[in-house]
Ligand binder design. Structure first.
Ligand SMILES: C[S@@+](CC[C@H](N)C(=O)[O-])C[C@H]1O[C@@H](n2cnc3c(N)ncnc32)[C@H](O)[C@@H]1O
Length: 224
């Protein structure tokens, strides 16, 4: 606790502010957990599948950040070992139910953890996956830095989300669909170019991943 407070102070944020934001996420997703798959399952299914399909075949250990109800866990090939983390105990309870019901033997662990403070050693995963997470965290740059830290050099970070449009046409489409994003508290101001400019990552591709390109799948290589 003392260490957490010292770290938060170094980062210009009080431990109380950090705890309050976590509490907001936990209470919001406690309400969503019972109906999440029903409301957001189908509409984001193709983009989640595209993200898993983009994993390099030699990938062994994957960290899924903000794994939620574990809706994508059945999609991972059995050759990969997957760890899921999330702040919401209610979403994670659904993920554990799914793992048991589907007997998913390639899930290594499901842990309550903040994506901005990953409790894993440096270079311990081949890939970090973030599906519909970068737009719900208060500090996406911090989460990218953490994912980069725990992925080995040459490994990948895959991120699916709706990002802020960089051109007029997508801005219009984004405007039409933004009420759905508001339901989940999405931050609609995060641009792909901002993430791509972060140190230690190289944007390899930025592909349409559902709803006519409204959702994007970003693939980054970790450079160390
Ligand atoms: C929109 S849901 C996406 C869930 C899942 N990845 C999917 O594709 O449906 C966002 C998830 O991120 C989690 N989350 C939000 N902030 C987080 C944080 N700082 N650390 C870890 N998980 C977080 C929420 O609890 C929620 O489960």
């Amino acid at each position: 606790m003392t260490q957490d407070r010292a770290r938060a102070a170094r980062e210009g944020e009080t431990a109380i502010e950090t705890a309050m934001r976590a509490t907001d996420v936990i209470s919001a997703y406690a309400r969503w957990a019972p109906v999440y798959d029903l409301v957001f399952g189908l509409i984001m299914e193709s983009s989640r599948r595209a993200a898993v399909a983009a994993l390099k075949p030699d990938t062994r250990r994957v960290l899924e950040v903000g794994v939620g109800t574990g809706i994508s866990l059945p999609d991972y090939p059995s050759s990969m070992r997957v760890t899921g983390i999330d702040l919401s105990p209610d979403m994670l309870a659904k993920a554990r139910e799914r793992i048991a019901a589907k007997k998913l033997s390639n899930v290594e662990a499901i842990l309550e953890m903040d994506a901005a403070r990953l409790e894993f050693a440096d270079d311990s995963f081949d890939c970090a996956m973030a599906m519909y997470v970068m737009t719900v965290v208060p500090d996406p740059a911090r989460v990218m830095a953490e994912m980069r830290r725990i992925v080995r050099p040459g490994g990948r970070i895959l991120a699916v989300s709706h990002f802020a449009p960089e051109d007029g046409l997508r801005a219009k489409v984004g405007g039409l669909l933004s009420p759905m994003g508001r339901l989940l508290g999405w931050n609609t101001t995060i641009r792909v170019s901002t993430l791509a400019a972060l140190p230690g990552v190289r944007l390899l591709s930025n592909k349409a991943a559902g709803l006519g390109g409204f959702y994007r799948l970003l693939e980054f290589e970790v450079v160390k």
